[in-house]
Design a protein around this ligand. Structure first.
Ligand SMILES: Nc1ncnc2c1ncn2[C@@H]1O[C@H](COP(=O)(O)OP(=O)(O)O)[C@@H](O)[C@H]1O
Ligand SMILES: [Mg+2]
Length: 389
């Protein structure tokens, strides 16, 4: 069982989006997952359409006339994915408990009551470093710090790390801190500059997964759903699948292990039989990867054409190619191979006209060998390639 806080006092850096979508993806992998919404603004609760009159306030406060146990306020979102909802009253706890001894361990004590029911407990922290965030870190084994690739995103992480160190030394509770890059926009040169700086500053602390900017993540939240339910095949789903895979692998658990999924599904079988859509999810959870492959194969059979990208750059250390064919995203699938200074990559693309650029050691450039090009809205040149049917 592992408890992970998602924290950064900067608002809008992707904490809640990460909390919702990581929890939901871990759940889809057969991991029994609880998401605790600790933000009085209740964005995770609202983003999953789970608002409720009860919250952790009822478990922690001594003033409430409706004292409850944590198990009484847990709500099921989907199979293997539960939530402890939040509401505005959670924000009053800071003042109420200001002078109380042992106030840093309130949340940790409460979580103990349900620990053995879950494989992962995620805590979505508020955008501040007060009582609630300190309680979350004190209760956690790990903390994920989402950092977006904007200018101000790194400010404040030092302060958060000070608190992590303080909790380690004063409260004798070690917590592993890891940084997750979020809202990475590979169309912007600025993102790459920031990526370099973040990598330098947080060496050894970074997740390999990078979460790209993807409007589906925003849309899913507005629709009150996790992104894998809203659009399983979009970039956002892919990125959070990748994050879940990385975490499970680091924890020595396998991604999409049939056996684990089945064990979980036995415990849930009754519910699955009652709820049609839950049942559908059981089937999907067990066979997603196979079905996904089949679907993709069927849809693309005979349609894709191998397209070679080549760049002569003998002094380069890394070269990527990205373009409209992959929504300008950047990951290992667009890294080019070096053969004696000539970089190349063959991609299977559907017929169509695509814009693309090379990224040579972080710098964007057009294809010097290609005369088909056009100016883009950033003021530089995209190369064009036409894939014939
Ligand atoms: N990768 C992303 N791509 C596009 N929009 C995102 C992404 N991550 C978060 N957002 C949007 O940015 C806003 C702030 O994100 P949120 O997760 O609520 O941040 P926080 O919890 O840190 O305040 C929300 O509207 C959310 O939908
Ligand atoms: Mg939030």
């Amino acid at each position: 069982m592992k408890i992970i806080s998602i924290a950064n006092q900067k608002g809008g850096c992707g904490k809640t989006t990460t909390a919702i979508n990581l929890a939901s993806t871990l759940g889809s992998q057969g991991q029994r997952t609880l998401l605790i919404d600790l933000d009085p603004q209740a964005h995770a609760t609202l983003g999953l359409n789970m608002d409720d009159q009860n919250s952790l306030y009822n478990c922690i406060s001594r003033l409430t006339p409706h004292k409850l146990k944590i198990k009484d306020i847990i709500k099921q979102v989907t199979r293997n994915f539960d939530i402890v909802p939040s509401n505005v009253l959670v924000g009053t706890l800071e003042q109420e408990l200001a002078d109380e001894i042992g106030r840093e361990v309130k949340l940790s004590d409460i979580i103990t009551e349900v620990k053995d029911r879950y494989d992962y407990i995620l805590i979505d922290c508020p955008p501040s470093l007060g009582f609630l965030t300190v309680n979350a870190i004190r209760a956690s084994d790990e903390i994920i710090i989402p950092v977006e690739t904007s200018r101000f995103s790194m400010q404040g992480v030092d302060h958060l790390m000070d608190i992590v160190h303080l909790i380690r030394e004063r409260l004798n509770h070690p917590v592993l801190a890891k940084v997750l890059i979020t809202m990475f926009d590979s169309r912007l040169r600025h993102s790459f500059v920031m990526l370099g700086k973040i990598k330098e500053k947080f060496t050894g602390m970074l997740f390999e997964t990078i979460v790209h900017t993807n409007v589906k993540l925003k849309e899913a939240a507005v629709m009150g759903e996790s992104v894998i339910r809203y659009d399983k095949y979009c970039r956002g789903s892919k990125d959070y699948f990748s994050l879940a895979r990385e975490i499970l692998t680091l924890d020595g658990r396998q991604f999409m292990v049939e056996k684990e999924v089945k064990v979980a599904s036995v415990a849930q079988k009754k519910k699955a039989l009652i709820q049609q859509d839950t049942q559908e999810e059981v089937v999907l959870a067990e066979g997603t990867s196979v079905r996904m492959k089949e679907l993709i194969q069927k849809e693309t059979e005979g349609l894709l054409n191998p397209t070679a990208f080549v760049l002569n750059a003998p002094d380069a250390k890394s070269v990527y190619v990205t373009g409209s064919f992959n929504d300008w995203s950047l990951d290992e699938s667009c890294r080019m191979s070096n053969s004696e200074g000539v970089w190349n990559l063959r991609l299977n693309l559907k017929p169509g006209l695509y814009k693309y650029q090379f990224i040579v050691d972080g710098k964007w450039q057009q294809d010097p060998q290609n005369t088909r090009k056009e100016r883009n809205s950033f003021g530089d040149i995209n190369s064009l390639v036409e894939v014939k049917s």
